[in-house]
Design a protein. Structure first.
Length: 702
């Protein structure tokens, strides 16, 4: 351009020297050829500019297409990894097209080449990954969730690449895990088949394929199978020993197939453990018995260390023969201790079922005489440990049974009117015993419940009578005694629902005379109960005073004071007069003086003489009860002598098996009603007069 300007300036100087006309027309005519050539040059350069602009537009279109395929925007190109060298490119907006240049074309060409290279690399990765995914899905027998390669040709975004790559990664991890499981289970199955000698199931194609695969495996001498060293399911050695790609049909790395293989391995492992335990049991028992019997070596049979079924049958046969010898020796040993064992069984109240269970366990576990001695010694030590508590239970049972029988005999004799003509001191003794017999029975009930609970806690088992728990039977009997009450409340009689029930106490004319015979409190709990009863008694005295005034016109009195009413019992009010119809109805319900004996254990029934021979009931009971610090009540016997009974035990919390308070168990006296129900009106009047005379005689003697 400078040369052109110099030439134009020189031409202008020459024209001024020559005096040439410089008007525009003259100059245009003279420069017309030059302008024509210059126009050609300008036209050519303009064409080149248009070509450059078209190239830039094509490059921009290619860049936009690449960004769309890669899933990126034009603004984020400079921030992409691997896109260095684009810092001089400021923007790719429409203003770039209005000022095209060769440098811009060059910069855009570099960017386009990088995008094209990225697209090509991603397409290669996608193609390779899809092929691997297809192979893995076929080997793992899972569904192919990805599309074909053509579907990802124009979709190479980062999300698509991550989806395909993560899918292939997960399948590769699953393949490695399944390969490890297949290797471990195949080795375990091979080991158990070899050690156990189990035949192959020809009907199972999986077993056939595994068997063929195991036959093709060569085990190194240092890795030979040992009977006492089974392979572990977590062993990572020999990962490529059993797995070979491709696996023969129907073997594969499918989850269902691996589950089937694990099930087979677990079943074989259970069979192996059972046989191994039996093998060691047989061998140890046989060898121990050889040592006890001092069998010489030349008479011992050979023991083969194998878990094959044939060898196990031979060992079991030899073991049974040796066990017969041990059983005979066990019987001889039991004969020497049979008397002591039977005595302990009887004393400890063991049922026949418990005895049979011990003998069954002894013969089952008696593989050697050392084991027999150990089992018997432990059992006898256990029996001696619970002997004291069982003797306590037996003694209280016997005392309670004797007292119940004595009460039955007394009730039978009390219905005889001739006893009223006995000596007054004899009648007073019977009166005192009648007042103390039922509290004593309640005391024995409470002591028996506590003794049975101590026995069960010490023996860690229930005291049984047949198939029932003795404590349940005892509580049922006590509940039935409270429901079906007679004179003392222990006979099984039909309920008389027609009897009137009074809500207030009967006026007691001998309260002052018999107040000293009331049982004293024995602990804090009973003291609180007695204090509460005293407050209730004061309220009853006011009602008794009113009742005395109401009953002053009726000359009916009892020879014994009736007990106070409690919250759990209701006293029966004796009728002042009985109609003939009521007498006929009462005769229809005779009183059967029977007592259930099913609560007495069989041992106490059959071994009563032996128990009485070894244990003094009076001394043992007195020594056992002396810690209760209770008062002693005098009880007359049939020969006129007196024996001592303890006062009631301390009260315990209310529960099904806890001792109950005596005030809630004292029965209703129904002798007067029973006598009236079994006699005529004339006899009733005579009996009432006799009772009044007897009462006056008792008051005078007292």
């Amino acid at each position: 351009m400078e040369r052109l300007q110099l030439k134009v300036a020189r031409l202008e100087t020459l024209w001024s020297c020559l005096g040439t006309d410089t008007d525009p027309l003259s100059i245009e005519d003279k420069l017309k050829p030059a302008l024509r050539e210059l126009d050609k040059v300008l036209e050519y350069e303009l064409w080149r500019k248009q070509v450059l602009l078209g190239d830039i537009e094509d490059i921009m279109a290619s860049i936009e297409c690449g960004c769309q395929i890669l899933g990126i925007s034009l603004e984020t190109l400079n921030e992409m990894d691997g896109m260095d060298g684009n810092q001089d490119w400021k923007s790719l907006d429409i203003s770039c097209l209005m000022a095209p240049s060769w440098e811009r074309k060059k910069s855009l060409t570099v960017l386009n080449n990088k995008l094209t290279n990225e697209i090509r690399q991603r397409r290669l990765h996608i193609k390779e990954w899809l092929l691997n995914v297809a192979d893995l899905c076929q080997e793992l027998r899972v569904a192919h969730t990805l599309g074909c390669y053509e579907s990802y040709h124009d979709d190479l975004s980062w999300a698509t690449m991550q989806k395909v790559s993560c899918t292939m990664r997960d399948l590769c991890q699953k393949q490695q895990a399944n390969k490890l499981q297949f290797e471990q289970t195949s080795r375990c199955i091979h080991y158990y088949w070899h050690i156990l000698g189990e035949p192959v199931n020809v009907d199972d194609p999986i077993d056939i394929a595994i068997h063929n695969l195991c036959d093709s495996i060569t085990i190194a001498p240092d890795q030979a199978f040992d009977m006492n060293d089974p392979p572990s399911m977590t062993n990572n050695d020999n990962l490529d020993l059993y797995y070979r790609h491709p696996l023969p049909y129907p073997l594969s790395l499918q989850d269902d197939l691996l589950t089937t293989l694990r099930t087979k391995a677990h079943d074989l492992a259970s069979l192996y453990n059972n046989r191994l335990g039996q093998f060691h049991h047989y061998v140890n028992s046989i060898q121990t018995l050889w040592e006890e019997l001092k069998v010489p070596d030349h008479k011992k049979f050979t023991i083969h260390y194998s878990l094959h079924m044939d060898n196990m049958i031979k060992l079991k046969t030899n073991f049974d023969e040796m066990k017969t010898i041990v059983k005979a020796m066990t019987d001889e040993y039991l004969d020497t201790i049979r008397q002591d064992l039977l005595h302990l069984w009887d004393e400890c109240l063991l049922t026949q079922g418990e005895r049979d269970e011990f003998m069954t366990t002894l013969y089952h576990k008696a593989n050697t005489m050392d084991t027999v001695h150990l089992i018997v010694d432990n059992h006898m030590a256990y029996l001696k440990h619970i002997l004291s508590s069982s003797q306590t239970v037996t003694s209280i049972m016997k005392d309670r049974k004797d007292l119940i029988q004595k009460m039955i005999d007394f009730e039978t004799s009390a219905s005889d009117p001739k006893r009223l003509f006995q000596a007054s001191f004899r009648l007073m003794e019977e009166e005192r015993w009648r007042k103390t017999c039922f509290p004593t029975l309640l005391q024995l009930d409470n002591l028996l419940i506590k003794a049975v609970q101590d026995f069960e806690r010490m023996s860690e088992k229930h005291l049984l009578v047949g198939n029932k728990r003795y404590l349940d039977v005892l509580m049922d009997e006590i509940s039935d005694r409270t429901t079906n009450q007679t004179f003392f409340g222990f006979l099984n009689t039909d309920l008389n629902h027609d009897r009137p029930v009074r809500n207030k106490s009967r006026p007691n004319t001998t309260t002052k005379k018999t107040k000293a015979l009331s049982l004293p409190p024995i602990n804090s709990t009973s003291t609180q109960n007695m204090s509460a009863n005293d407050s209730q008694s004061q309220n009853r005295r006011h009602s008794n005073t009113t009742l005395k005034q109401r009953s002053s016109f009726t000359r009916i009195s009892t020879d014994l004071p009736l007990p106070m009413s409690s919250a759990s019992t209701k006293l029966i009010q004796l009728p002042l007069s009985i109609s003939p119809k009521r007498l006929d109805d009462a005769k229809k319900y005779p009183c059967n003086h029977t007592i259930p004996t099913n609560i007495i254990p069989q041992q106490c029934k059959s071994k009563s003489d032996s128990v009485q021979h070894h244990i003094d009931p009076v001394n043992t009971t007195a020594n056992r009860y002396k810690d209760n610090h209770a008062s002693i009540a005098m009880v007359p016997t049939t020969d006129g002598r007196q024996r001592q009974h303890d006062s009631p035990p301390p009260a315990s919390p209310s529960s099904r098996y806890s001792p109950r308070s005596k005030t809630s168990q004292i029965p209703v006296r129904s002798q007067m009603m029973a006598e009236q129900a079994t006699s005529t009106p004339s006899q009733q009047i005579q009996q009432q007069q006799q009772h009044q005379q007897q009462h006056q005689l008792t008051v005078q003697c007292a």
